[in-house]
Design a binder for this molecule. Structure first.
Ligand SMILES: Nc1nc2c(ncn2[C@@H]2O[C@H](COP(=O)(O)OP(=O)(O)OP(=O)(O)O)[C@@H](O)[C@H]2O)c(=O)[nH]1
Ligand SMILES: [Mg+2]
Length: 453
């Protein structure tokens, strides 16, 4: 269970109870403490938070809220404060960004993600590989730069990082870059050698931003790392990566908050799109499953400006197997469906195996559908046992694969029925014309209202 689910569990207890007294609050706080400590939040911080909740819980109620709502709200606010407080102002026109950090925390990946972030905001962004220690670093960043379509400079023959930066600045000047990001080498620790190299690079680059890249698995150590790097080379901002894969993300965030470091971005996956501005309230609402319209809308907007849904998909009118397939594909474009749904807090309503429809599975679906008649695709209800056997044989797949396709189809049909029931879409065309985000938003708000009351 992740931190979000555990925190949610603690508040669920409060929401479900008929009677609210000190004893109940004590239990809720104990649940919260367990959740936070399991998420590697420092014990001292957890105790402070508990005390604050305790002392606020039975204070005079603000108008319009009952006791239950009041306690939920203050808990929520205090948690958000502990994880990051008000959103840090992300520099919108950085000129030179230097990324630093120890081994393998995600600097190189973050270089490409940041470049993409600023490119989307209209800044011409370039990248320099100043990691001369790891032989594969040059190629890794070269490839990533190609992927996000930005100018790149590196020199695998030059062993001096500062020299590469000097050359890179000259080269990228010709490209007229507004922003330049420099990826530096990691070491196993922040030792004198690393500090020396970073200082040499900084002397040439003169970065206006130096950002520390830290993996979420650092947990509460993140605070000490942030302070050590800041003292050694001066750090303006932090990027926490692998928020998707570590249960300790909460600890890392809280520890950075405790040292007053600004967490600008979080990395939520290996792809260059798996990157978002960090906003504690939004993050918390998402991991706790309260939905977050804003994050999805931003993501949907960015993606729709990149990729068009094909006209074939637009032509579909009825929900059948063909539309189902087109829909799965369209949803995949928005990133893993599960992630999108999680942002809205509706993830738990959707069957898990459907959220994780893999490329492989999608491909299988396609192969199976190729062995179906047009009539079967338009009206899958007619597919009975003998047809299943025929389709399985024809496609070279197993009978259960065909059943799996039909099962997934029926589940999605149910889901869309629900959407339709909300009066938001009249035809499948609506869905494919990008109304999806609006629709999900509506659903999320409905759930949100439903839950908070
Ligand atoms: N799941 C997940 N993986 C990530 C994230 N960011 C980076 N990674 C992965 O972490 C691994 C290390 O990332 P790099 O970007 O090479 O890390 P680095 O800090 O440049 O490493 P060194 O140059 O060796 O110090 C790669 O496999 C990345 O794909 C993230 O946000 N989520
Ligand atoms: Mg690297």
């Amino acid at each position: 269970m992740g931190l979000g689910e555990k925190l949610r569990g603690a508040l669920e207890r409060l929401r479900k109870s008929t009677f609210i007294d000190k004893e109940l609050i004590g239990e809720v706080i104990k649940d919260l403490q367990r959740a936070l400590i399991a998420g590697d939040v420092e014990v001292q911080l957890v105790l402070e938070l508990s005390k604050k909740i305790e002392s606020e819980a039975f204070k005079e109620l603000p108008s319009g809220l009952d006791r239950r709502q009041h306690i939920i709200k203050i808990t929520y606010d205090l948690l958000a404060e502990a994880l990051g407080g008000a959103k840090a102002e992300i520099p919108q026109k950085p000129k030179r960004i230097l990324l630093v950090g120890t081994f393998g925390h995600g600097k190189t990946t973050a270089t490409a993600k940041i470049a993409k972030y600023y490119s989307k905001r209209g800044l011409k962004t370039g990248a320099i590989c100043a990691d001369t220690a790891r032989p594969a670093a040059f190629e890794q960043l070269q490839q990533l730069s190609g992927k996000v379509k930005i100018p790149f400079y590196g020199n695998p023959k030059e062993k001096n990082a500062a020299a590469v930066v000097r050359q890179g600045l000259k080269e990228l000047e010709k490209e007229k870059c507004d922003a330049i990001i420099v990826d530096s080498a990691g070491r196993s620790a922040l030792d004198s050698e690393l500090v020396k190299e970073i200082k040499e690079v900084a002397a040439i680059l003169k970065p206006d931003q130096t950002w520390l890249v830290l993996g979420a698995d650092t947990g509460q150590i993140a605070g000490k790392q942030a302070k050590a790097f800041h003292d050694a080379v001066g750090v303006n901002g932090i990027i926490i990566t692998r928020m998707d894969g570590s249960a300790k993300g909460g600890g890392a965030l809280a520890a950075c908050r405790a040292t007053d470091s600004n967490v600008y971005f979080i990395g939520t996956g290996e792809k260059t799109d798996d990157f978002e501005e960090f906003d504690a309230t939004r993050y918390l609402s998402r991991i706790m499953g309260y939905g977050d319209l804003q994050a999805l809308l931003e993501k949907a907007e960015e993606i729709s400006s990149e990729e068009e849904i094909s006209p074939e998909e637009l032509m579909q009118k009825e929900f059948n197997l063909e539309t189902f397939y087109a829909q799965l594909k369209a949803m995949k474009k928005m990133g893993p469906l599960g992630k999108v749904m999680d942002m809205l807090g509706v993830g738990m309503q959707i069957p898990k195996d459907m959220l994780e429809t893999s490329e492989q599975k999608l491909e299988n679906f396609k192969i199976i559908m190729d062995s179906m008649t047009g009539q079967e695709k338009r009206n899958p209800e007619i597919v009975d046992r003998s047809r299943i056997l025929r389709i399985a044989r024809g496609s070279g797949k197993k009978e259960e694969d065909v059943r799996d396709l039909l099962k997934n189809y029926r589940r999605m049909r149910e889901m869309f029925k629900q959407f339709r029931g909300m009066g938001e879409i009249k035809s499948m065309e609506d869905l494919q014309k990008g109304k999806m985000q609006k629709l999900f938003g509506k659903l999320a708000m409905k759930k949100k209202k439903f839950r908070i009351r």
